[in-house]
Design a protein around this ligand. Sequence first.
Ligand code: PEP
Length: 248
Amino acid sequence: MARTFFVGGNFKLNGTKSSIKEIVERLNNAKLDPKVEVVLCPPAPYLDYTVSLVKKSQVSVGAQNAYLKASGAFTGENSVDQIKDVGAKWVILGHSERRQYFREDDQLIAEKTAFALSQGVGVILCIGETLDQKKAGTTLQVVERKLQDVIDKVKDWSNVVIAYEPVWAIGTGLAATPEDAQEIHHSIREFLAKKLGEKTAQETRILYGGSANGKNAVTFKDKPDVDGFLVGGASLKPEFVDIINSRS
Ligand code: PEP
């Protein structure tokens, strides 16, 4: 089955009104492959503003984090209800920077994922191994464990996009090879088939993330289990358009 190619832009803690306007207007004016779904994830203070700038129906907006309660005494958190209220549709959960700097663990991420989905917000669920785990040959065990914690809580995966993001590749300029990414994506899909059935496995998009850029994106073109990219640094630059158009 044909899965819609998906490219997410994770701006991380970067941007101002003026730089975000420039990025969105570039996308508004660019010729984008119409078959690609694009999701822009600015810092939370700019969600509403970003939604207001987007002019193309294939482009939507997502948050970079959300809590497991919709409202209440949780100072500093993002609410999925508020994300929806400003017209955003997605949230990134499980990003390695949240795991590393904010001590989010697999259980918390699984709970946050289940809650966001229950409120109708799509989840870009990030999983990936550290360099030590890669060297120890435990990549698959690591990603399967992270997925299993979510599988225990979520049965309907139709609003989930998985981002396989090796931690050693994020922000380092050292992307996984297309062959390695394909092999891991294929194994992830087999794991989904075993746990959730062949239909869910075939329908779930698995993105690659980690130093994807305007030059290397095209080298993943013939990899059947790579259904798009989650892009950090390069999503702030003009080359983001080349990544979006890398399948055309
Ligand atoms: C990310 O932040 O999800 C990411 C993949 O970053 P970068 O593209 O900069 O490696």
